[in-house]
Ligand binder design. Sequence first.
Ligand SMILES: NC(=O)C1=CN([C@@H]2O[C@H](COP(=O)(O)OP(=O)(O)OC[C@H]3O[C@@H](n4cnc5c(N)ncnc54)[C@H](OP(=O)(O)O)[C@@H]3O)[C@@H](O)[C@H]2O)C=CC1
Ligand SMILES: O=C(O)C1=N[C@H](C(=O)O)C[C@H](O)C1
Length: 252
Amino acid sequence: MAERLPVAVLGANGRMGSEAVKAVTAAPDMELVAALGRSDSLESIVDAGARYVVDLTVPDSTEANVRFAVEHGLHAVVGTTGWTAERLESLRSLLAGNPGVGVLIAPNFALGSVLASAFAAKAARYFESVEIIELHHPDKVDAPSGTAVRTAQLVAASRAGAGVAPSPDATQTALDGARGADVDGVRVHSVRLRGLVAHQEVLLGGPGEQLTIRHDSFDRASFMPGVLLGLRSVAAHPGLTVGLDGYLDLGL
Ligand SMILES: NC(=O)C1=CN([C@@H]2O[C@H](COP(=O)(O)OP(=O)(O)OC[C@H]3O[C@@H](n4cnc5c(N)ncnc54)[C@H](OP(=O)(O)O)[C@@H]3O)[C@@H](O)[C@H]2O)C=CC1
Ligand SMILES: O=C(O)C1=N[C@H](C(=O)O)C[C@H](O)C1
């Protein structure tokens, strides 16, 4: 039997981290060698012999966690949001000095979500208007969601590449927040509601019609196949990959 992947999970006591602990523990080709909470030392993952790190912490912690992993030659699979363009560029520079180390930063590990974002980017050039609504549990600390930001970025790039004008909007007066967040010219609206987990709608509008592309995660189990795929693939993808679609041949 091939050697099992030695994996450390950061954020192990959280909603996602606890699911990842269960998924890694159940995977026949993996060994959970460390499970860290906020107060635990990152050195313990090296001492435990980890070669892979899963980061499912918080935006304020993730950059230092991932930099530690790279500096110690550990591959990282990252789900935590908060990865701005500046942080990504800094990480790319660090990785250039650590060839052979792979990092995957995936705003969403659910395959349906990855597909929905790709479908939206494909469709967006054909519609006059595009807006995004993301809907999450009220314990989420960031808005808009990382998934919605990435979807908006993909949509905006697709529309710009096709020479499509920005969505029309005659708004002249508005209460703060009424038109949502502006992500590369795409409006993103965030709903926080008890009873929800993670949901997104991309609304594409044209004369007399609307196309809605919606994805729902009803349970955090939806993210785990993507986390495991990331762990099994990251070593074969040195450098930084943003988006699980970078490991998939979606053909879109
Ligand atoms: N990519 C994807 O598919 C998904 C990504 N996410 C993202 O994952 C992140 C976590 O979400 P969620 O699990 O709901 O959040 P939680 O707040 O439930 O979990 C985060 C956990 O990380 C812990 N933590 C904070 N800093 C550190 C640190 N330095 N080292 C170790 N642990 C630390 C927290 O500890 P403490 O309790 O002490 O604060 C907490 O237990 C968010 O950014 C979220 O947006 C969520 C779902 C899917
Ligand atoms: O905080 C969450 O729950 C989620 N966060 C990620 C995001 O911000 O996109 C992924 C998913 O939407 C769930």
